[in-house]
Ligand binder design. Structure first.
Ligand code: MOS
Length: 736
């Protein structure tokens, strides 16, 4: 068996466990004496519960307990005992009778079985005082506010009036994207079990340490009293990045029931109580010279939030770094609506923002009669145009070039409606993809086991992305061992701490920690040998030794190796373990850190039916080092698939009167299936970005959904000659 290599396309280590059902997801853990919790949600969007009648439900078969705002345990107030959970979340924890959105949790029924819990839940009757809910997005623009958030509400670079006055041509348009909900295959689920004051949570999450802290703070108990386990997450995409009410409700219900309680959200409860992508209204103005040189870019974005919390979809953020222009001005404003608090959804900001900006660039290319790639090259940003920092790595030119060649871009007809196959109009479009490179502090441990195997451990998460595999791969490659000898463990807050698996940062955060831990573990072996009289390395200096292929050897005599397993044997067969941690260095701050890509689309539009289909997508990415070619490309392909849904299908419809999400199921909430997709060809340049992190990898979870919606929308315009600026591009919009 040869040593593992970085980048090799190993199949997922957890693949077999997943397809055979051996992989346990949160709701599947066997916890003895567990009772079933079902959340009851509101049927109004604004008002107060005046009466909640649980009499019939309480005498229903199998009912253990019912929590309502009248009897639920009182939680410490904000500020008490260090308690400071997000204000809005508290309001969904049965602490008041107020209702702030339709589908808000208002009761929890706990019963012996799921069926009994559902039956009892159906017997609960609720009376409300109903107030008019704010549900009109556009009507809220006048009172929109910047929100308490990290995104600056208004940022301007350069002399704005001058930038637009010197423009010879302009694009001035509004682009909109709808409310969306993530809907991972595995709905959110939590099992809460108390042992005295100690709380164990099996939770489906992107952030075990975040759940631990949020739950401890909300309940007002010490952080150390909470343990969170999550070995597998059946998709998250941002929806499982923060702690939603069902997690705390499960803990509260378990306390009252005096036995473990399991809560799995129904699919319909994935619409509201656990967030989704906010709708956006994006006004973009581009000013340019006749030769395509941008003189000014303006991007003003409204997105909705809930009545109880602020969440910003920062659609204008990519506009701040994607193209060179003397004037770049952006703003973000929030419109509170009586809906569940929105949240991060795959490439929050960039997914929706690059749709708007990259369609606007296509409109500009047409006005100045330039090839869309030429226009982008004309305004290529050599350094970050607003932070003025150099990029840690940028090979976007190569992406355009390679993508255009693979796709056959030179054969594109620039005039709309130039290509036809019977009743089908054919079109081609392209756009730029981009997503920030993020990285946080992470810890890992590497242990040489007595049986000759190696275990690599980190309290991180695998959302289906391949974290297990790259952890083992990087550990094995660092040790010079075959990957088959390495086991990976993750998803337990008893393990060394990992960051949130959000912002595409898991790979770039955790694998440097794994590398450091592997090096520390070898150093421990070295120390043991040097200190051991029975060792031929006794009393050598550490720097006289090196390792390779699972062996320690003297640099002076490379053939004189001692296998790692021998060292462990000599150590009374005691496993040898070391921790390592890694964090961004200060020099990282000197760079603007982003990933890049070029996406090309071919579509067909049925002239009579108005149906658009994506025939093929070609995308070339500059995402730094690929740690594992197979799992990395799977991530990129997944992003492109989702982009196809974003541009053609996805939309959560809210009833204008009741505020109820009406298509709250996977039959009516449309996502792409295989028949909706064409050929997807993904390539990555695989150029390491060592300015960003030691292995040079920038993370691939989100960039795939960026730019692609615009490439497809631009191809649709090229096919039919009608510009649809309102997503999703459904047949009705193409017919009108
Ligand atoms: Mo991602 S939307 O940062 O989980």
């Amino acid at each position: 068996m040869s040593s593992a290599t970085i980048g090799a396309p190993y199949i997922r280590l957890d693949g077999r466990a997943k397809v055979t059902g051996a992989a346990k997801y949160a709701a599947e853990f066997k916890v003895s004496n567990v009772a079933q919790g079902v959340i009851v949600t509101s049927t109004i969007a604004n008002g107060k519960i005046t009466r909640i009648d649980t009499t019939a439900a309480e005498s229903a078969p199998g009912v253990v307990t019912i929590l309502t705002p009248s009897n639920a345990p009182r939680l410490p107030k904000n500020g008490e005992a260090g308690v400071n959970p997000p204000a809005g979340r508290r309001l969904q924890l049965l602490q008041t009778a107020d209702v702030h959105y339709n589908n808000q949790p208002i009761a929890v029924v706990v019963a012996e079985s799921l069926e009994e819990a559902y039956l009892a839940a159906a017997l609960i009757t609720v009376r409300y005082q109903v107030d008019a809910p704010k549900l009109d997005f556009e009507a809220g623009f006048a009172e929109a506010h910047p929100g308490k958030n990290k995104v600056p509400p208004m940022l301007s670079e350069g002399n704005v009036p001058e930038g637009f006055e010197s423009a010879e041509v302009r694009v001035d348009q509004v682009y909109t994207t709808p409310m969306e909900n993530h809907n991972p295959m595995e709905p959110h689920a939590t099992i809460a079990a108390w042992d005295g004051e100690m709380l164990t949570l099996h939770d489906s999450t992107q952030y075990i340490f975040g759940v631990k802290q949020s739950v401890a703070k909300t309940l007002g108990i010490p952080n150390d009293n909470v343990r969170v386990l999550c070995p597998f997450t059946g998709g998250g995409f941002g929806s499982k990045g923060s702690t939603w009410s069902h997690v705390v409700l499960a803990a509260m219900a378990a306390k009252v029931a005096k036995r473990p309680v399991k809560i799995s959200l129904a699919r319909s409860q994935m619409f509201g109580p656990v967030g989704g992508r906010p709708q956006t209204h994006q006004h973009i103005t581009l000013g340019a010279k006749h030769d395509g040189t941008l003189t000014a870019i303006r991007h003003d974005c409204y997105s909705h939030t809930s009545m109880i919390e602020d969440f910003v979809e920062p659609s204008s953020s990519a506009t701040r770094m994607l193209y060179e222009a003397p004037v770049i001005t952006t703003s973000q404003k929030l419109v509170p609506l009586a809906v569940g608090t929105p949240t991060f959804q795959r490439a929050p900001g960039e997914a929706t923002g690059t749709f708007a900006l990259e369609v606007a660039m296509d409109e500009l290319a047409e006005q100045v009669k330039m090839d869309p790639i030429e226009l982008r090259l004309k305004n290529y940003a050599e350094a970050d145009p607003t932070s003025h920092k150099p990029f840690s790595g940028k090979h976007l030119r190569e992406c355009y070039k390679q993508g255009a060649a693979t796709f056959g871009w030179s054969k594109r007809q620039s005039a709309p409606r130039s290509q036809r196959e019977g009743h089908l109009l054919i079109g081609h479009g392209m756009a730029t993809a981009t997503y920030p490179a993020n990285r946080s502090q992470a810890e890992a441990a590497v242990r040489f086991e007595a049986n000759g195997r190696v275990t690599v451990i980190s309290g991180t998460q695998d959302l289906g992305t391949g974290t297990y595999t790259i952890m083992a791969q990087v550990a094995a490659a660092t040790l010079g061992m075959p990957i088959d000898l390495v086991d990976a463990e993750l998803g337990d807050t008893k393990m060394p701490q990992g960051p949130v698996s959000g912002g595409s940062q898991t790979a770039a955060s955790v694998t440097p920690a794994v590398q450091a831990a592997a090096q520390q573990a070898v150093l421990k072996l070295v120390t043991l040998e040097i200190g051991n009289q029975a060792s031929p390395f006794h009393n050598l200096q550490p720097d006289e030794l090196d390792f390779k292929g699972g062996k320690l050897f003297r640099k002076a005599a490379p053939e004189s190796g001692i296998a790692f397993t021998e060292v462990v044997k000599r150590n009374n067969n005691q496993p040898v373990e070391a921790k390592g941690s890694a964090e961004p260095s200060e020099s990282t701050e000197e760079f603007s850190q982003h990933s890049w890509g070029a996406v090309f689309a071919e579509v067909s539009v049925d002239e009579t039916l108005g149906t658009a289909r994506v025939r093929r997508l070609t995308a070339v990415y500059d995402v730094g080092t690929l740690l594992n070619e197979r799992t990395a490309k799977s991530q990129l392909i997944g992003g492109l698939v989702w982009a196809t849904g974003l541009v053609l299908e996805e939309e959560t419809h809210i009833d204008k009167v009741t505020g109820r999400p009406v298509n709250n199921n996977l039959a009516e909430y449309h996502v792409p299936v295989n028949l909706d997709l064409g050929d997807i060809d993904v390539a990555a340049l695989n150029i390491p970005d060592k300015n960003f992190e030691p292995l040079g990898a920038r993370g691939v979870g989100e960039i795939g959904i960026t730019g692609a919606a615009a490439a497809i929308a631009n191809a649709i315009y090229n096919a039919v000659g009608k510009r649809v600026r309102e997503l999703p591009i459904t047949p009705d919009k193409l017919m009108a």
